[in-house]
Design a binder for this molecule. Structure first.
Ligand code: AHM
Ligand code: MG
Length: 339
């Protein structure tokens, strides 16, 4: 892959600002803020292994400050950064029951964008030193600027996203995002604290040989998914496929985007709508997957066309290389659609 040497995320944002549909610099500043908050969170996530030395969440640290759980820390870091800079008019987070309205200093907020965020996805992986991520989704508000945001600003179908992305805190820390003009990935040089364009124009291979699903739940899966998993395991020219499941949506999708593969989190008997959240997990990942040439569905509907009805609603999710997702859908369609 020919990568233009040394292009930083900051330079990239400035150079590509004119691509944004309503270019006023606001979206650029917003992505810049996310980049900064991600550095703060990255620093903290990197210290997670020292928890026995510097103390558990709930303890008091050496400076007399209370230790926070990392997902709470990440939530505060993103919310504080976006709030202090008055860069958005509202935020919804996996960690907050209700959306947050951001007041401007003069009591009025003229910003156009709302952000929906999962500050630390896959946080159960932290204790065992496995990659975690942050996922974000950005919409233009539908209510008039200057008025307080309302629920309808957040309950927009995913195809209206103006930008979405994730941060992966892995062997390297990366920001991968899209403003609707393809997907680009930037890797953090921790020595300099600078993100460099490392993965320009990321695109999902049309097909692949990796399937990612928590097979421990197999007995509870819909019959269509069970049949598709059997198909993945059959001995054929290009099969059986390889099974890879990290249990961290960002990491599993990131790997599949580079290598080609499918990620599945279906509905189960226990969780009739699956586990993943539509607004700050599935929508932004589906936006990125589509921008990278892949597909994302709930088995019957395009994820980005689902009209949300509640902030924390869940949805089954199948996303990845287009031809693999189409194949999985074809198995789902052999059985009646769930309600
Ligand atoms: P979380 O938001 O509580 O971290 O849950 C979301 C995560 C995804 O990152 C991951 O793909 C999935 O849950 C794993 O769930 P499971 O352990 O049921 O396979
Ligand atoms: Mg999550």
């Amino acid at each position: 892959m020919a990568v233009q040497k040394n292009k930083t995320l900051g330079e990239f944002i400035i150079e590509n600002q004119s691509e944004f549909q309503y270019s006023s610099g606001e979206l650029s500043r917003l992505i810049n803020s996310i980049r900064l908050a991600a550095k703060v969170v990255n620093h903290e996530v990197n210290k997670a292994g020292l928890v026995d030395i510097i103390g558990e969440a709930g303890d008091t640290n050496i400076q007399g400050e209370d230790q926070q759980k990392l997902d709470v820390f990440a939530n505060d870091a993103f919310i504080n950064t976006l709030t202090n800079r008055e860069i958005v008019c509202g935020i919804a987070s996996e960690e907050e029951e209700d959306f947050i309205t951001i007041q401007g200093r003069n009591g009025q907020n003229d910003n156009k964008y709302v952000v929906l965020i999962d500050p630390l996805d896959g946080s159960s992986n932290i204790d065992v030193n496995v990659s975690v991520g942050t996922i974000f989704s950005i919409f233009r508000r539908v209510t008039p600027p200057g008025t307080p945001v309302s629920l309808e600003d957040f309950l927009q179908p995913g195809h209206r996203q103006v930008a979405a992305g994730y941060i992966i805190y892995g062997t390297s820390t990366m920001i991968v995002y899209s403003t609707g003009h393809g997907v680009n990935g930037f890797t953090l040089n921790p020595a300099l604290g600078t993100y460099y364009l490392s993965h320009p124009n990321l695109s999902f291979p049309k097909t692949g040989n990796i399937y990612s699903v928590n097979e421990g739940n197999y007995v509870h899966f819909p019959q269509g998914i069970k049949d598709y998993i059997k198909y993945c395991q059959e001995e054929e020219e290009d099969r059986p496929y390889t099974s890879r499941y990290i249990g961290s949506l960002v990491s599993d999708v990131h790997r599949n985007m580079i290598k080609g593969g499918i990620y599945i989190y279906p509905n189960t008997a226990k969780d009739p709508n699956g586990k993943l959240r539509l607004l700050y997990e599935c929508n932004p990942m589906a936006f990125l997957i589509e921008q990278a040439g892949g597909k994302a569905t709930d088995g019957f509907r395009r994820i980005l066309d689902i009209q949300p009805t509640t902030l924390h609603q869940r949805t089954p999710f199948i996303g990845g290389s287009a031809s693999m997702v189409e194949k999985a859908e074809s198995f789902m369609h052999r059985y009646p659609q769930r309600d």
